[in-house]
Ligand binder design. Structure first.
Ligand code: AMP
Ligand code: ZN
Length: 136
């Protein structure tokens, strides 16, 4: 399904032009319009899924396999020193476009990209509670 009000549906399906690195029947990979670093790319499914909870398993598999291929190309063609994969879900997590997408962010020495948090502590009590609540 596509959403006629969604800009990433339009980009993914070629209705709005984009700087495309790869396209197949399920996904399009584009350069981010406001890159965090040189080569910052986005993988967009062609179908509309708002977020990780909605994406179907086959597309999710295809996205991560595409990420692996694109990251390998970045390593070989740009000589990147590392890669971060980022995928935001929900406003609180920084999602601004509500069509599932995966960021591939090449990393370079002194690039000023910030994907960090203060390490917290996991008490025995919390650990037990979370294992109980979160085990699949
Ligand atoms: P997020 O914050 O995870 O929802 O990421 C949205 C990303 O989409 C941001 O990095 C934007 O720079 C990028 N973006 C928004 N509009 C466009 C566009 N028209 N073409 C390419 N990238 C876009
Ligand atoms: Zn969409």
């Amino acid at each position: 399904m596509k959403d006629s009000n969604c800009i990433f549906c339009k980009i993914a399906n070629g209705e709005i032009p984009s700087a495309t690195l790869f396209e197949d029947e399920k996904v399009r990979v584009i350069l981010d319009i406001s890159p965090a670093s040189k080569g910052h790319a986005l993988i967009l499914p062609k179908e509309h899924y708002a977020n990780l909870y909605e994406i179907d398993d086959e597309t999710a598999k295809h996205v991560i396999i595409t990420a692996k291929r694109q990251a390998t190309k970045m390593r070989d063609a740009l000589g990147v020193e590392g890669i971060n994969i980022v995928q935001n879900n929900g406003e609180i997590a920084g999602q601004t476009v509500f069509h599932y997408h995966m960021h591939i962010v090449p990393r370079y020495k002194d690039d000023n990209v910030n994907i960090k948090w203060e390490p917290g502590e996991l008490s025995e009590e919390k650990k037990a509670e979370l294992i109980k609540k979160l085990s699949l």
